[in-house]
Each structure stands twice: as structure tokens, then as C-alpha cells.
Design a protein around this ligand. Sequence first.
Ligand SMILES: Nc1ncnc2c1ncn2[C@@H]1O[C@H](COP(=O)(O)OP(=O)(O)OP(=O)(O)O)[C@@H](O)[C@H]1O
Ligand SMILES: [Mg+2]
Length: 215
Amino acid sequence: MTLRIDKLAKRYGEATVFADVTLEVAAGEFVAIVGESGVGKSTLLNCMAGLDRWDAGRVTHDGTDIGALDAEACAIWRRSHVGFVFQAFHVLPHLDVAQNVALPLMLLGQRDDARVARMLDVVGLAGLGARLPQQLSGGQLQRVAIARALVHRPALLLADEPTGNLDPTTATKVMDVLLAQTREHGASLVLVTHSEAAAARADRVLHLRADGIAA
Ligand SMILES: Nc1ncnc2c1ncn2[C@@H]1O[C@H](COP(=O)(O)OP(=O)(O)OP(=O)(O)O)[C@@H](O)[C@H]1O
Ligand SMILES: [Mg+2]
């Protein structure tokens, strides 16, 4: 899938968050986005997934104009095509770990317990499937969020600081998993990070500023 962002602008009232953001991410490509706190990185990722609205410009995925979809069509599109690792995890507290990871499959009407178990294994959480989120550490929760974003093999992977709570060894393992989905299955990976180690593995590193995005 090719993600194309064209002259995107986002404002809150009179305050511009960013303007004139143009970028393209090809299938199998890994683009890292860096920038100061508050510059709009999370907002930009949300716009890429159609989770937030923008004030000017276009977001398209393989020709699908995301801004032209109504809320329901956008949710359906997102379910099949997007894996999102939120900065604040958004793990559901009343579901156990395995149910949280299985959620994207469930929303697609699929069930694959073996794949859920494999994903938990891949992120180093084998055997913790029956735990509730409150019984996990911050870094373990982050890995639940990563397993959930990958379980349905999305073509577009959007990850907001996915290694922020992880020790260097676990962070490397998590990056390996995200990159495997990108390189082996041709997903497009957009990753917001403050980690130099994570950005160093990207094909391109782009700096977001109020007046645009550039290398
Ligand atoms: N509802 C809102 N109303 C007004 N301003 C908002 C609103 N939501 C976010 N903002 C502002 O939009 C800007 C972008 O926020 P965003 O969360 O995208 O930043 P970020 O680059 O992800 O920061 P961080 O690195 O701290 O996660 C911030 O300056 C924030 O204060
Ligand atoms: Mg953010």
C-alpha cells in the first residue's frame, strides 16, 4: 500500500499545529518521524489513520481518499488495513491480554487462537495471555498494544513511540517485529520516535515542524 499525504494542515481554532505536510510512504518502506513535543506527531498519525480530521490537504491510501469516507466507511477501511500502536496504549482493561490482542481479528469476524499465541510469543509475552492489563508492567502493556496492531497483518502500520517504555533489548526485539511485518509482508511503517536507535533503522527520517516535514 502506498500512503500519500498532500499539503496537510491541522488547526485548532486560530492556532496552527502544522501546515503543508507532504510525504509518501511506499509498501515495504519504514519512515520515522521525529520532532519536538507538541509539534503534532500524534495528530499527524491520527490523520493518517482517519482518526482525526484536518483542515486542508489530502490523505490517500492506494487511491482511497480517506477524507472522503464517512465515519463508518472509514472505520471499516481502518479495520482491514491499519495497525495502530497508540502512545497511550489504549488496551481495554476488562479484556485479558489474549482477548486484547485478538480484538482486530474479532472485528473482522475471524478467530485464530494460534496466531494470537504466536504474536504474544513474538513480543515476549508468552504465557501471559490470561492476565488482565492491570496485572502487567508499562513495558508489557506496550507490547500488548504492539501485538494487537500486528495480529491482522495490516498493510499500514502506524506506531506512536512504540519503544518509549522498553529497555534497549526489548526495544530492539519490538523493532524487529515491526520491521518483519514491513519487509516480509510489504506493509508501510510510519513510526514516531524520540529513540535514535529506532530512527537509525528507518529508510528515511523526517522532521516535523509547524511549516512542514523534511529530511
Ligand atoms: N483538542 C485540542 N485543542 C487545542 N489544541 C490541541 C488539542 N489537542 C491537541 N492540541 C495541541 O496540538 C499540538 C499537537 O499535539 P500532539 O499530541 O500531536 O503532539 P506530539 O508531537 O505528538 O507531542 P509529544 O511528543 O509530546 O507526544 C499540541 O501543541 C497540543 O497542545
Ligand atoms: Mg505524541
